[in-house]
Design a protein around this ligand. Structure first.
Ligand SMILES: Cc1cc2nc3c(=O)[nH]c(=O)nc-3n(C[C@H](O)[C@H](O)[C@H](O)COP(=O)(O)O)c2cc1C
Ligand SMILES: [Mn+2]
Length: 487
């Protein structure tokens, strides 16, 4: 059974000793951030702050902040299990005979039951505030870092509808709180929310927006999933958690929102309006500088009787979002491999903050194959932002950075093996020559071929013969060699 809502997941974490309730009175201004930062960097538990200055609501943070919690949040036992589950859908074989057909039924049912279902009422609307009763200052919104321009809602599920297709998008875009009823809306140019907003802009009309804060963990996660435009995040969440996400009609806008959410903000974005947003201590580990972004006018707040405010902080890695990024990497690997079949494995080290570094291993089959792979990656979805791609041979473990450094650096003749291109870069890349536009680097660290103009002989990597290893394994205990004393 899927985690029904945030509280259910927090209860599960608490039962297994993976959640700590903080009863001490703390400030949402910098103090919770400092505690959360220390906790995530030390591999600590999820936190529930029950006594937050200036608000009656408890604050949940670091909920996804470990590999184990992240998997549990997604109801996935292991990445291998996920790969096997996807296999059926990515590589469907026509059933041969009655037995195969019977076996396919649960799979098809699984897909059918992932579609979001609409319900008539939901706990997210137990309390409804409109007009003058709307007051964002009742929420314990964190100010995360000393130079932040103010408090930011950092884990919102921003729900919008495309004006042309009517399709719903859900994206996590931070929101700076300006006053009781207005916030920033930091959807970056390349994101689906921004693209839908451009549609409303062309038509010269207001865009309705609903924002859910605190949902069941798979639904929260779906807002960061880099799905192609038009692919439903709610459907994705339903598939991941193995149970449909119940949606309810928002009270004042024509959007469906997760019925089990803790808090929902309803309102609109006026396509022509812009306001200064930031600075904000960002996941690059640096402050994103202030810039003009759309403005969200909150016209209603609906919530549970006793809601939990869910949030996160970003900053110098490793942070909670690093674990979310790792889950994105693993969940999408089977799909990336379908699109770019030579890819054997792929890894985005957390220090590379999603876009700065990708290590990819390939099954090299033709001259220039590594470069073909780089261009395919730069041409696929949000992977277009990848600033540095290192392509290695299939026998290199992309998750072992010591091995990658050894193998990649020995394999390159830098001038020959570097591919430099220009194109779109992440909006948060402050080093780029222009906002959202800059250069990207590919390193072909595969073994070079004669057909690629390599005239020399490529040596084998050193490895002991297996029979000697087996013999020494047997002898080892009797040799009296104690290891690890100098380490
Ligand atoms: C904690 C967190 C905060 C994020 N904040 C933003 C943000 O402020 N603006 C943005 O464009 N993307 C942000 N992202 C990344 C987007 O959520 C991500 O690119 C997602 O795929 C966007 O959804 P979309 O593809 O439907 O546009 C954030 C991700 C995380 C994990
Ligand atoms: Mn999307």
């Amino acid at each position: 059974m899927a985690h029904r809502n945030l509280s259910a997941f927090l209860r599960t974490l608490e039962e297994q000793g993976d959640l700590v309730r903080v009863r001490e009175r703390v400030s949402p201004r910098l103090e919770i951030a400092e505690i959360a930062d220390r906790t995530v960097k030390a591999g600590g538990p999820a936190l529930l702050f029950e006594n937050v200055e200036g608000s009656k609501l408890p604050v949940a943070i670091n909920v996804f902040g470990s590999r184990g919690r992240m998997l549990q949040a997604l109801e996935i036992a292991s990445w291998q299990e996920w790969d096997e589950r996807l296999e059926f859908f990515l590589d469907p074989k026509p059933p041969e005979g009655i037995l195969d057909k019977l076996k396919a039924i649960p799979k098809v049912t699984e897909l059918a039951s992932a579609f979001p279902k609409t319900v008539r009422s939901g706990p997210c609307q137990e309390v409804v505030a409109t007009a003058d009763a709307v007051d964002l200052s009742t929420l314990p919104v964190l100010t995360c870092w000393p130079q932040d321009a103010g408090p930011f809602i950092t884990m919102p599920l921003v729900i919008t509808k495309d004006p042309a297709t009517g399709k719903t998008n859900v994206g996590m875009y931070r929101m700076q709180v300006y006053d009781r009823a207005t916030t920033g809306m930091h959807w970056q140019k390349h994101k689906d929310g921004a693209s839908q907003a451009r549609g409303y802009e062309r038509e010269g009309r207001r865009m309705e927006v609903a924002v859910a804060i605190g949902c069941d963990p798979a639904t929260v996660f779906s807002a960061i999933a880099p799905l192609p435009p038009g692919v439903s995040e709610f459907l994705f969440a339903g598939f991941v958690r193995g149970e449909a996400v119940p949606l309810v009609a928002a009270k004042t806008v024509e959007l469906l929102v997760p019925a089990e959410a803790e808090i929902v903000l309803e309102g609109y974005v006026d396509p022509k309006e812009r306001r200064r947003e930031g600075p904000f201590g960002d996941h690059t580990g640096f402050y994103s500088l202030d810039d003009d972004f759309p403005v969200f006018h909150v016209t209603a707040i609906t919530r549970r009787e006793k809601p939990v405010y869910m949030t996160t902080i970003v900053g110098r890695p490793p942070m909670e979002d690093g674990f979310m990024g790792e889950a994105v990497e693993r969940l999408f690997l089977p799909l990336v491999k379908k699109a770019i079949p030579e890819i054997v494995d792929m890894h985005l080290p957390v220090e590379g903050i999603f876009h700065n570094l990708m290590i990819v291993s390939i099954d090299k089959r033709f001259p220039g194959h590594a470069r073909k792979t780089m261009h395919a990656i730069w041409g696929t979805g949000q992977m277009m932002f990848t600033k540095t791609i290192v392509v290695v041979d299939r026998d290199v473990d992309v998750r072992n950075m010591a091995e990658v450094a050894w193998r990649a650096l020995t394999a390159i003749d830098p001038e020959r093996d570097i591919e430099l291109v220009k194109g779109p870069v992440d909006e948060l890349d402050f080093a780029a020559r222009l906002p959202c536009y800059g250069s990207k680097l590919g390193i072909d660290a595969t073994r070079k071929w004669k057909e690629e103009g390599f005239a020399g002989r490529w040596p084998d990597a050193i490895a002991m013969s297996p029979d000697v290893k087996t013999k020494i394994d047997r002898l080892w205990p009797s040799l009296g060699i104690k290891t690890g004393r100098n380490g």
